[in-house]
Design a protein around this ligand. Structure first.
Ligand code: GLU
Length: 469
């Protein structure tokens, strides 16, 4: 397939926070655009005025920005109402759509009648029979109406890059509503007008939209579109039990992951592999590498299962590999401002983190030495005097270490050299506990570097006082 002048769109409705599944749809569109040197459009589908909210729009744009998915063009459907009106008029004038004046009660009655005859309910087409002039008068006279599309009863098929050539019988659809009134187009209609005017070449979206596609194709044809876009319906993200992804199993909005301290590189890598994998099966890939390898034809049709452990694995991996300065910058978002953390503190814990929100707990001992029992200082059968002696030895050893040399490597070299090879635990355990106040913590030399000489000495002396009491 020639990949020239590719134009794709991500078309979220701002009726809720950006869903992690929508973030993946955005990513696949963006990847396809980048891989083909095409254009990635962000189109906000906010024609449902009641449910669309400015805060959700912001959540969407913030989320995409955080992921690093820049858009080349931006549209908001609420800015385009006159355009949809023009095309609604066109369809009505060409008698491809018509106003329907049926009341809710009438429609419900019709529905019940069809059901009782064992038929699948659909609109009877009653208002098709109103002569256009009369319909126009009623509309202009203020009668309430919706606009319905005259659905032809045919077989519609389309080319889907992922799902082959699905076929649909439109005779079951009936004349569906495409606008609540001339200024309130519905999704099915606005989406087609926009895809047409924005010259969208590929519609890449979740496969929950597949049943909308025949309707949209009928509208597109009615509007005179000759070259339909290609479609690519990507598989829904599933829970581990293969049900539709839900809050019961994992967080569903991107923001929750951001707030928990997932790195965007981890989320991108993880999302890219939900329903797709490169030919060489490589797993760890940065965004640029994914762009290089991405191929829409390799997206699977099967369910993409959300494996939270895999996401945690990616996050740990990216936390371990992020340059120290960058990690420090990210880390600062997750801890109190007045903590004044340094790189050595982060380095001492980085390989043990699943996400950055854990930092607040694992770094806390640096800022507030926890209350601990003196028994914790004891390694195996050591007596108080043994503990005192070992801590004293360390104090003496570090006494003449100049501040610039007060780092993990030189402290380790000096102390390890001086202590008896067999009795390492007897020095290292009480030392580490005196510095951290905890049973588990980073190693003593890392902590010493992170605390600095003065605080290290203070904490060892505190431990000595504890024993002496
Ligand atoms: N506005 C639709 C949604 O949020 C997008 C539909 C589409 O991509 O065509 O689900």
């Amino acid at each position: 397939m020639p990949y020239d002048n590719i134009r794709v769109r991500f078309a979220p409705s701002p009726t809720g926070p950006l869903h992690i599944g929508s973030a993946r749809t955005a990513l696949f569109n963006w990847l396809f655009a980048k891989a083909t040197k095409g254009v990635f459009i962000l189109r906000i589908e906010d024609t449902d005025f009641e449910r669309s909210k400015e805060e959700y729009l912001k959540d969407i744009t913030d989320g995409l920005t955080w992921l690093g998915l820049k858009w080349d063009e931006f549209y908001k459907q609420s800015d385009r109402i006159p355009i949809y009106r023009e095309y609604l008029e066109k369809l009505i004038n060409e008698e491809k759509a018509y106003p329907c004046f049926c009341t809710k009660e009438e429609l419900e009655e019709e529905r019940q009648a069809m059901l009782s005859q064992g038929l699948a309910p659909k609109y009877s087409g009653k208002c098709r029979a109103i002569p256009p002039e009369e319909a126009r008068k009623k509309m202009e006279g203020g009668d309430k109406f919706v606009i319905r599309f005259k659905t032809p009863e045919i077989e519609v098929s389309f080319k889907d890059l992922i799902r082959g050539t699905p076929k649909f019988d439109t005779s079951l659809i009936g004349d569906f509503v495409i606008a609540r009134n001339m200024d309130q187009p519905l999704y099915q209609f606005a989406v087609v007008v926009d895809d047409m005017l924005m010259k969208i070449t590929h519609v890449i979206r979740g496969d929950d939209h597949i049943s909308n596609t025949p309707k949209q194709i009928l509208i597109a044809r009615a509007l005179g579109v000759e070259n339909l876009p290609y479609f690519a319906h990507i598989p829904m993200i599933l829970n581990s039990d293969r049900s539709k992804m839900s809050k019961r199993f994992s967080d569903t909005s991107l923001r929750e992951y951001v707030e928990k301290g997932y790195l965007s590189a981890a989320i991108i890598n993880f999302l890219a592999l939900l329903g797709w994998h490169p030919q060489d099966d490589q797993e760890v890939m940065g965004l640029e590498e994914i762009v290089e390898k991405f191929d829409i034809d390799r997206v699977q049709k099967g369910g993409a299962v959300f494996n939270a452990e895999k996401l945690d694995w990616f996050n740990s991996y990216y936390i371990s590999h992020l340059p120290a300065g960058e990690l420090l910058k990210e880390a600062k978002k997750f801890i109190p401002e007045d903590w004044g953390i340094n790189e050595a503190m982060i380095e001492s814990v980085r390989t043990r983190l699943k996400n950055l929100s854990e930092l607040k707990d694992v770094l806390a001992f640096y800022f507030n030495l926890p209350e601990y029992d003196k028994e914790l200082l004891r390694w195996k059968e050591m007596s108080d005097d043994d503990v005192l002696e070992k801590l004293d030895d360390v104090l003496k050893l570090i006494d003449d270490v100049a501040i610039p040399d007060f780092n993990k490597e030189s402290l380790e070299a000096k102390i390890m050299f001086a202590i008896d090879e067999k009795g390492r635990g007897e020095t290292l355990w009480p030392l580490r506990v005196s510095l951290s106040g905890q049973k588990t913590s980073p190693g003593p030399f890392e902590i010493m570097e992170a605390l600095g000489k003065e605080e290290t000495e203070r904490r060892i002396k505190l431990a000595i006082d504890k024993i002496k009491k």
